[in-house]
Design a protein around this ligand. Structure first.
Ligand code: 4NP
Length: 166
């Protein structure tokens, strides 16, 4: 069966989208459905190309049992709009930047990630890069909620049904 292919996007691909990639993989594995997904992340810029996630992002994720140390930053590419089914943006500026480069027929793949956590009452995952460590915890709260909502949504849409607790 074809995998569900999810690409998480932020600005630099060293804070929010690596945490989203790692957290989604974590919750999917927890639910026993990790094998159904191809998961990756990318940034709108290439300032940190090849770098591992920011040490603060790694630490905040590890506090929740999620190891993101093996990831490497990369910039989004045109082929990504072919290679993935959903392109999940961390904030509104990522969405407008993605819409500016996406082929017309792929525009529907671009989604605001926090659409999948409406109960959090927030539209954008705030960029924690220039702030203190607490910003990473807050971003992860939002990311974890949206990862769980997205997982439940994809499984429901694909006929796998809701898993325990979803
Ligand atoms: P991210 O945070 O988009 O969550 O990875 C940022 C990281 C680096 C930069 C901006 C945002 N930067 O300008 O280098």
């Amino acid at each position: 069966m074809a995998k569900h292919r999810l690409l998480f996007i932020c600005l630099g691909n060293i804070c929010r989208s690596p945490m989203a990639e790692g957290m989604f993989r974590h919750v999917a594995n927890e639910e026993g459905v990790g094998h159904l997904f191809k998961i990756d992340s990318a940034g709108m810029g290439d300032w940190h190309k090849g770098e591992a996630p920011d040490a603060r992002a790694q630490g905040a994720a590890l506090d929740r049992g999620v190891d993101i140390s093996g990831q490497a930053s990369r910039k989004v590419e045109l082929e990504d709009f072919d290679d993935f089914d959903l392109v999940l943006a961390m904030d509104a500026s990522n969405i407008s930047d993605l819409l500016a480069i996406a082929p017309h027929e792929a525009r529907h793949k671009i989604r605001r990630f926090l659409e999948y956590a409406p109960h959090m009452g927030v539209e954008d995952v705030p960029d924690p890069y220039y702030g203190g460590p607490e910003g990473f915890g807050h971003a992860l709260d939002l990311i974890e909620a949206a990862a769980r909502g997205l997982l439940a949504d994809v499984l429901k849409e694909s006929g796998h049904g809701a898993k325990k607790g979803a």
